[in-house]
Ligand binder design. Sequence first.
Ligand code: AMP
Length: 433
Amino acid sequence: MGFKKFNLKPSLQEGIDAMQYTEPTPVQEQALPIILENKDLMGFAQTGTGKTAAFLIPILQKLDGKTKPGIKCLILVPTRELAQQIEVNLTGLGYFTSVSSQAVYGGNQGDLFSEQKNSITSGVDIIIATPGRFLQHLNLGYVKLDQVEMLVLDEADRMLDMGFVGDIMKISELLPKSKQTLFFSATMDGKIKQLASKLLKEPNEINLAIAKPAEGINQMAFMVYDEFKIPLLEHYLTNQEVKNMIVFASRKSQVDEVTRRLDRKGFSVVSMHSDRTQDERNEAIRLFKAGKYTILVATDIVSRGIDIDDLSHVVNYDIPNEAADYVHRIGRTARAGKNGAGVSFINVDDQVKWSYIEKLIEREIDKYLTPEEIGGSPTYNPEANKSYGGKKKYNNRRKNNNHRGKKGGSNNRNKGNHSNNRNRSKPNNKKSE
Ligand code: AMP
């Protein structure tokens, strides 16, 4: 039955088909009817669940064919990357509809600001904006909000974390009272509920929050500089009893490098990434599962969906971009009530991502220093690295002379194209690594 049961407009259904979405995901299954009935929604769902299309499809259904120019939907997001990603999705799904959109986010280029202003004043239908930049436009007096029917807050927990609550409240107060509000968050703590209660009217709630990691997983992390990651891994392998281990690295070049270095040191290791043929990948998995190799080094994308459980160890050589991926990764160990270890290497740049993981799993994980015979460790301090719109350099590198195993500080556009379809590129939902 797929999406047909929602009786979507043919132009929208065509976009969904072109994106090759055949079946709605659980969050779409639940969210679409609620949003189409104009009810407020509080959705707990992570990136990766299909939540973007869960709100974009009903929004497109409602706005397609409306001819009066003006902002009808405002989507607030924490980062420019998310704004761009949503706009790409919107361009794909809405390719055959009449709906126009513009992403509005910060940056120093003057022409970017003028382009955003032009779109806003010429009556674009949907704005996808970071709150700070949208307020800048609002303060200049040309943004008309009287036609806004829908407000979406995506990744509300992250916006709260980044200090956008004041901006969100200011914007929300300027919107028509009759608007429908859709609120998405990956976590559900007291502060999030408080913010939601201020913004939503008798919301329907859907909860697709992922399960917490199993109790049997011994989760731990090491604070480590990049150049010490391989020595640290070798040290760990030498000093711990490892039956079998998957090492997740984010780049193919790293997979190759780690594999080469471990192999040179005599460890039993095989690797897998997207440059390998399907036959080579299947063979690597077969040999690893059969116990011919102790260590499998792999990138995330390739290893998603492969059925390897009964692992004694999972190592996050890099911290995954999505907090939910952390849970998926370490969930490969400690299956069926057994014990296992999930070990994560946190470098300076990955601290903010790590803080989101701890928020998601609602637990602070013990952080250990890199053993002194290998080298110094960074001190855990995600706040120091948290900056909006760019990475802050971590200058505070210092040697820790603590003895091995001691705990480290654990407190420590697609261009916004509002001229409808003419300039849009064909929707393309191919994923690349
Ligand atoms: P999101 O959680 O919105 O970031 O979506 C995660 C990924 O799933 C994106 O690559 C989407 O294009 C894709 N996706 C969303 N909905 C569907 C669907 N119904 N069928 C297949 N893929 C989907």
